[in-house]
Design a protein around this ligand. Structure first.
Ligand code: 0PR
Length: 365
C-alpha cells in the first residue's frame, strides 16, 4: 500500500487503462451476465452503502428485499413465497441443499440431479458431503426421467431439475421429476438461475415453477436475464419454515437469527434487481425476452444455412452448434461435449448476430 495516497485523477486514469483490457460486452457471446439495465445501476448506486446482513439498521432496504421476493413469488406462482436475495445461483443452490439435508439428516446423503446440472452443485455437495447421483440425458439433453427411481435409496435427500440448463438451454420435465421426488417423500429443488426470468415471459411458457405443487424451492438470478447488477440471485421456498431450518443465532445484530449464507449483503444489488422488474413490468420483460428468443432463432437458422447444425433445440436463449471454430475476435464458449455455445443475452443485439453470421460466412468461403 502507498504511504501517501494519490489523486483521484491518477486513480481513475489508471483504472481506465485496466478497464480497457476487459472484453467489451459487444464481443461477448458466451456470458449469462449482461450490461445492467441503467435503472438497475441507478438504484444500486442509491442503496450502495446499505447492508442487508443487519436488516434492522436498513429497514427500508429490507422492505425492498421482501418486495423483490414477493414479485418473484407472484411471477413464479406462489403468492406467500419465502426467500431472500443471495449472491447468485451458486449460493442459492448451496442453500437449497442445506435445507434438503436438514429435512432428512441421514449419515451418507446423496442427491439426484441431471448430468446437465451446473457445477455449483459440485461445490455445494463438496461443502456439504453429499454424493451426486447424475442422471443421463436424452438426445435433446433433458434428464431421462425413467432413470431417476433406480438411483433413489434410503440416503437420498433430494431431487434437482434444471429449468434452462447452462450449456444447452434446456428445461427438464420438471413436473415428472417433482412427482417422483414427492412419491419418495423427497425435497425437490429447481435450478432456474437462468430460465427463471426467461420462461415466464415466453409466448408458450413451459411449466417449471411453484405451479407444480411438488416443487419446494427455486433458484432464480436477477443478475442474469433480470439485467440487474452483480451480485443478485434469489432463493425462493414454498414453505417459509424450510428457511428457518437454516437459522443460526446472531447475538449482536439487530436480528436474533439469520438463515442466509452470506453475512454482509448488498442492498444495492437488491434495489437494482427490483427496479428493473418494476420499471419494465411483465410487458417490458416479455419484449426483452422475445427479442432474445428471436435472435436465438435467427442465429440457429443462419448457422444452419452455413452447414453448422444446432446441437440442441433450446427452450431458452442459449444456442449450441456443431462448429469447430468461430470467427476470430468473438468470445464464445464450448460445452463439455465440444459444442460451440452462444448465449443471446439482451446485449447481443440483432446487429451483433448479423455481424457474427457474416464473419462465419466469410470463414466458410
Ligand atoms: N445454475 C445455473 C443453471 C447457471 O447457469 C449458473 C451460472 C449457476 C447456477 C451459478 O450461478 P452464479 O454464477 O450466479 O453463482 N451460469 C453461468 C455459467 O457458469 C455463469 C456465468 C456467467 C459464466 C457469465 C460465465 C460468464 O461470463 O456459465
Amino acid at each position: 500500500m502507498r504511504d501517501i495516497g494519490c489523486s483521484e485523477e491518477e486513480i481513475f486514469s489508471s483504472f481506465s487503462r485496466y478497464k480497457e483490457k476487459d472484453t467489451p460486452y459487444h464481443r461477448i457471446l458466451s456470458s449469462m451476465c449482461t450490461r445492467p439495465h441503467p435503472i438497475a445501476a441507478r438504484a444500486h448506486a442509491m442503496f450502495m452503502e446499505t447492508n442487508l446482513g443487519d436488516p434492522g439498521l436498513f429497514m427500508g432496504t429490507a422492505s425492498l428485499e421482501h418486495l423483490l421476493i414477493k414479485r418473484l413469488g407472484d411471477l413464479l406462482h406462489h403468492h406467500s413465497v419465502g426467500g431472500y436475495a443471495t449472491s447468485g445461483g451458486t449460493e442459492s443452490n448451496i442453500q437449497a441443499l442445506r435445507i434438503a439435508k436438514k429435512i432428512r439428516p441421514v449419515e451418507r446423503p446423496n442427491v439426484i440431479m441431471p448430468e446437465s446440472g451446473h457445477f455449483s452443485f459440485d461445490k455445494a455437495c463438496d461443502l456439504l458431503s453429499i454424493d451426486i447421483r447424475a442422471i443421463p440425458l436424452d438426445g435433446n439433453f433433458r434428464i431421462q426421467v425413467d432413470q431417476i427411481e433406480d438411483q433413489i435409496d434410503q440416503n437420498t435427500i433430494g431431487v434437482i431439475a434444471v429449468a434452462g440448463t447452462t450449456e444447452y438451454g434446456i428445461v427438464d420435465p420438471v413436473r415428472a421429476v417433482a412427482e417422483i421426488a414427492k412419491d419418495h417423500g423427497l425435497f425437490c429443488h429447481v435450478d432456474a438461475a437462468f430460465g427463471g426470468l426467461v420462461l415466464p415471459f415466453l409466448d408458450q411458457p413451459v411449466p417449471f415453477d411453484f405451479s407444480i405443487p411438488e416443487v419446494d424451492s427455486i433458484s432464480v438470478d436477477p443478475h442474469k436475464m433480470g439485467m440487474s447488477t452483480i451480485p443478485t440471485g434469489c432463493l425462493l421456498v414454498r414453505d417459509t419454515a424450510h428457511l428457518s431450518l437454516l437459522n443460526i443465532p446472531t447475538p449482536y445484530l439487530t436480528v436474533k437469527q439469520e438463515y442466509t449464507l452470506m453475512g454482509t449483503r448488498s442492498g444495492g444489488a437488491v434495489a437494482g434487481a427490483l427496479a428493473v422488474l418494476e420499471y419494465l413490468g411483465r410487458s417490458g420483460m416479455r419484449a426483452v425476452v422475445s427479442g432474445c428468443m428471436k435472435n436465438t432463432r435467427r442465429l440457429i437458422d443462419g448457422m444452419d444455412a452455413y452447414g453448422f447444425a444446432p446441437a440442441a433445440w433450446p427452450d431458452v436463449n442459449v444456442a449450441t452448434f456443431e462448429c469447430p471454430r468461430p470467427p476470430a475476435g468473438w468470445h464464445v464458449s464450448w460445452t463439455r461435449r465440444g459444442h460451440l455455445r452462444i448465449v443471446c443475452m439482451p446485449h447481443v443485439h440483432r446487429e451483433m448476430i448479423e455481424a457474427f453470421l457474416e464473419e462465419v460466412g466469410e470463414m466458410c468461403a
